[in-house]
Design a protein. Structure first.
Length: 182
């Protein structure tokens, strides 16, 4: 079973912020699949089939690992079947990259997941939000997307969701990386 997790912060005030891009990706995936994250467990909203679980932790970004590790333990999901989707300031807006493992890259949500799982060996989907140097990083990631940025993301989501569905259905992560990494 695969666990696909979008990172973000719960609450209306964070809804369209750059830091909630992982949540937005899950929202688009759920919409494409015609399902709802209607169940709640271990401080996470989720949808489950026999093949996969879609999850939005409700623990706030910096404590995401608690919810994820509880899901993995409860459903006996191996780290090879975990994919974490999150915002990345190192990538331009609209670009995305799959990785099989890596460091936290300064992302506190990923740092917490690595800490709770005891490893950095899990799949990631980094989705670019860019970064304007005139802002403090914290202010940048917690700011709401501009209308222009929202339009750019609308162009990105179809290809991004197609890539996720390909991994869900076919499972060859190496092929996904080769085909979709920009």
């Amino acid at each position: 079973m695969k666990l696909i997790v979008g990172l973000g912060n719960p609450g209306r005030e964070y809804l369209m912020t750059r830091h909630n891009l992982g949540f937005l990706v899950i929202d688009h995936l759920v919409q494409r699949l015609g399902v709802k994250l209607a169940k709640e467990k271990f401080q996470g909203l989720y949808y489950k089939t026999n093949e996969y679980i879609l999850l939005k932790p409700q623990t706030y970004m910096n404590s995401s690992g608690e919810c994820i590790s509880a899901f993995m333990s409860y459903w006996q999901i191996s780290r090879e079947n975990l994919l974490v989707i999150y915002d990345d300031i190192a990538l331009p807006l609209g670009k995305f990259r799959y990785r099989e493992q890596g460091s936290d890259g300064g992302h506190n949500g990923i740092k917490n997941i690595i800490e709770k799982l005891g490893t950095n060996e899990f799949k990631r989907l980094r989705v670019g939000i860019g970064y304007e140097q005139s802002f403090l990083i914290r202010d940048w990631v917690l700011a709401i997307f501009s209308l222009q940025e929202e339009e750019e993301l609308k162009k990105t989501f179809p290809k991004l969701i197609d890539s996720l569905l390909k991994w869900i259905n076919e499972g060859n992560f190496g092929q996904i990386m080769n085909k979709y990494n920009c």
